[in-house]
Design a protein around this ligand. Structure first.
Ligand code: 5RP
Length: 228
């Protein structure tokens, strides 16, 4: 099995005036990567930040933390080069926002970033499937994108199970309402990259929450490999 368990806190729910420090805090608490939510107020009804902020963050936290950019934007092709220059490591765009996913995947790769492809709850996994062989990661949204702190949509889990059965070595990420109460369902379905916002960032003990999430996913991966 090529994939492993990785926990990526979403810093959307953190104190945005202290973003650099919050990112460092998450890494010190055992995060494997950082999930950065870019929202343009058009693709989703909320605005966060863009590449100038990512560039500042990169300078603040140094070269190591892996920046997984979740691009909730209407024109994802517009921000590939600026995000690569700002220090992003992975560029995850929404299938719903792209007119030419094949071309965009190529552009992201050429700019030196890994490629993620996200689907909203209303998009079927079969629509993502034609691109799965060309991407590094599939993101199955487990809330409607736009806001942190929403309720986990368990009915998205068949999408994750299907992807895992069809693409055994693909990184599969879940995002939205994931925490200690919902991680078991994600892990059983086959997700290995876990975005968790409020459950980690607002916890009094983020280190323990990250460790718990990771243990559950590692256990599920181990079980799957024994069952094969
Ligand atoms: O993409 C997102 C919202 O669109 C966030 O990453 C997500 O909601 C994480 O926050 P929480 O774990 O609190 O739901």
């Amino acid at each position: 099995m090529a994939y492993t368990a990785k926990i990526g806190p979403s810093i959307l729910s953190s104190d945005l005036s202290q973003l650099g420090r919050e990112c460092e805090r998450m890494m010190e608490c055992g995060a494997d990567y950082l999930h950065l939510d870019v929202m343009d107020g058009h693709f989703v009804p909320n605005i966060t930040f863009g590449h100038p902020m990512v560039e500042c963050l990169r300078k603040a936290v140094g070269p190591n933390p892996f920046f997984d950019m979740h691009m909730m934007v209407s024109r994802p092709e517009q921000w590939v080069k600026p995000m690569a220059a700002a220090g992003a490591n992975q560029y995850t765009f929404h299938l719903e926002a792209s007119t030419n996913p094949g071309n965009l995947i190529k552009e992201i790769r050429e700019s030196g970033m890994k490629v993620g492809l996200a689907i909203k709850p209303g998009t079927t996994v079969e629509e993502l499937a034609p691109w799965a062989g060309q991407i590094d990661m599939a993101l199955v949204m487990t809330v409607e994108p736009g806001f942190g702190g929403q309720t986990f949509m368990e009915d998205m889990m068949p999408k994750v199970s299907w992807l895992r059965s069809q693409f055994p070595s693909l990184d599969i990420e879940v995002d939205g309402g994931v925490g200690p109460d919902t991680i078991h369902r994600c892990a059983e379905a086959g997700a290995n990259m876990i975005v968790s916002g409020s459950a980690v960032v607002s916890s009094v003990d983020p280190r323990s929450v990250i460790a718990l999430l990771k243990d559950v996913v590692l256990e599920a991966i181990q079980k799957r490999s024994l069952d094969r």
